[in-house]
Design a protein around this ligand. Structure first.
Ligand SMILES: *Cc1c(COP(=O)(O)O)cnc(C)c1O
Length: 375
C-alpha cells in the first residue's frame, strides 16, 4: 500500500536530530517564549527573506492575527472587503469572516488553479482593502500584474503560504526572484504536520517587513501584551511552544532538499501519466511549484480514486466541497461573482491528489504511474 503521505517516514528521515532537539527542550525546563522560538523566528525570517517572523499557534491563527492587527492599526475596518480565491481551504476565508470582514470570491484559472489575475480589478469596490493570495497546492499565485493592481489601487496583499514553503517566484525580470511569503505585505504560514515544512503538532508563523504590523501581531498573539501585565489590545493566546520551534529549526535545514525531491517526483508523474482521461498539471504553468499537493483532474474522479485504492495507492481530495457550498457560509456572508463559480466547482468535482512527497521511492512513483495509466 502506498500511503498518501507517510508521516512516520517523514520524521524518521531526521529522527536522530529531532529526538535530540526534543530532549534539549525537555531537559532545559523552559517551554514557552524562549530561545528555541527566537532562534526559529530568526532562521525562518532569513530563509523567507523578510525582516520579521512571528511564530504562532497554527496557520489559521497566523492569517487571523495579520488581519486583526491591520484592524487595530486602522488599515482595515469592519465590513471591509478582502479579495480571495474561491477555491481554497476554508481557513483562508474563516480568517476573513472571523475579523468581521467580507470575502469577495474570485475564480481561479484552470491551468494554474490559482486566482485569475484578469478578474481581480472587476471585483474591486470602494470597500476593497486587501487581496489574499493563496499559493494553493504549492504553486505560486503571485503575478506581476497582481503586484501592479495592489500598488495602483492601494490594496494590501496578504499571502496564505500554508502550502508553499520554499516556493520561488520567478518574475518577469530574473532579479525579482523571491520566495512566496515575501511577495506581499505579510504572509501566513502553517506548519501543520502534513505541510512541506511540518511540526509534530500545530504551529504557524507570520512573515513581514512591516515593523508596526509585526509588533501588533506579536502583542495580540500574547494576550494583547508586549509588556508583562500591561494590555494594549484585547488579545488572544496564539503562542507556539518551544518543542515545536526546536523541531522546526531542524526540519527547516532540509526543506530545500525535500522540495527538490518533490519536484523530481512531480516531473516523473507528469511525464509518466499518459492516460487521456486524466489531466496532469502542465510544467509550464507550475514551474515555481513545490508540490505540496499533486492535483490531477478527471471527469470520473471518484471511480479513479476507487481504482487507485484497489491498486494499493492511497489518494485524497483537496477539497470535496468548495467554501461557498459549506453550511457555515449558507447565510450570505460571501460575495460571489454574477456568473457563479463554474471553474471552482469543476476543480472541486474533478480534483484528485496523488501521492507526491520526499519519502517516496522511484519504484513507488512508478507504481502510481502504472496504476493511473491502467484506469
Ligand atoms: C493548512 C492550511 C491552513 C491552516 O493551517 P493550520 O495550521 O491547519 O491552521 C490555511 N490555509 C491553507 C491554504 C492551508 O492549506
Amino acid at each position: 500500500m502506498i500511503k498518501y503521505l507517510d508521516l512516520k517516514a517523514v520524521t524518521a528521515m531526521h529522527g536522530k536530530e529531532i529526538a535530540e532537539a526534543v530532549q534539549r527542550v525537555v531537559e532545559g525546563g523552559w517551554y514557552l517564549l524562549g530561545e528555541e522560538v527566537r532562534r526559529f523566528e530568526e532562521q525562518y525570517a532569513a530563509y523567507i527573506g523578510t525582516r520579521h517572523c512571528i511564530a504562532c499557534s497554527n496557520g489559521l491563527d497566523a492569517l487571523y492575527l495579520t488581519l486583526r492587527a491591520w484592524k487595530e492599526l486602522g488599515v482595515l475596518a469592519d465590513g471591509d472587503e478582502v479579495i480571495v480565491p474561491a477555491n481554497t481551504y476554508i481557513a483562508s476565508i474563516l480568517a476573513i469572516t472571523d475579523n468581521g470582514l467580507r470575502p469577495v470570491l474570485v475564480e481561479p484559472r484552470i491551468g494554474t488553479m490559482q486566482i485569475d489575475d484578469s478578474l481581480i480589478e472587476a471585483a474591486i469596490t470602494p470597500r476593497t482593502r486587501a487581496i489574499m493570495l493563496v499559493h494553493l497546492y504549492g504553486n505560486c499565485a503571485y503575478t506581476d500584474r497582481i503586484g501592479d493592481i495592489a500598488s495602483r489601487r492601494g490594496l494590501k496583499i496578504i499571502e496564505d503560504n500554508a502550502q508553499a514553503h520554499g516556493c520561488r517566484f520567478v518574475g518577469s525580470e530574473q532579479a525579482t526572484k523571491r520566495l512566496t511569503g515575501s511577495l506581499g505585505d505579510a504572509a501566513a504560514h502553517s506548519f501543520y504536520p502534513g505541510k512541506n515544512l511540518g511540526a509534530l503538532g500545530d504551529a504557524g508563523a507570520v512573515t513581514t517587513d512591516d515593523d508596526a504590523l509585526a509588533a501588533a501581531i506579536r502583542s495580540i498573539a500574547n494576550y494583547g501584551s508586549s509588556r508583562k501585565y500591561v494590555f494594549q489590545y484585547c488579545g488572544r493566546n496564539c503562542r507556539i511552544d518551544e518543542l515545536q520551534a526546536a523541531v522546526l529549526s531542524v526540519k527547516l535545514r532540509y526543506l530545500d532538499a525535500d522540495n527538490a525531491r518533490r519536484r523530481e517526483v512531480a516531473a516523473a508523474l507528469i511525464s509518466g501519466i499518459t492516460n487521456p482521461r486524466i489531466t496532469s498539471p502542465s510544467l509550464d504553468l507550475w514551474r515555481d511549484a513545490v508540490w505540496h499537493i499533486f492535483p490531477v483532474l478527471c471527469a470520473d474522479r471518484d471511480a479513479l480514486q476507487q481504482h487507485l485504492a484497489a491498486c494499493g495507492v492511497h489518494t485524497l481530495i483537496h477539497y470535496p466541497i468548495p467554501p461557498h457550498r459549506q453550511e457555515c457560509y449558507s447565510k450570505g456572508q460571501l460575495i460571489l461573482p454574477h456568473g457563479g463559480l463554474p471553474i471552482t466547482e469543476q476543480i472541486h468535482r474533478e480534483e484528485l491528489s496523488l501521492p507526491c512527497n520526499q519519502v517516496m521511492t522511484d519504484a513507488e512513483v512508478q507504481q502510481v504511474i502504472d496504476a493511473v495509466n491502467r484506469f
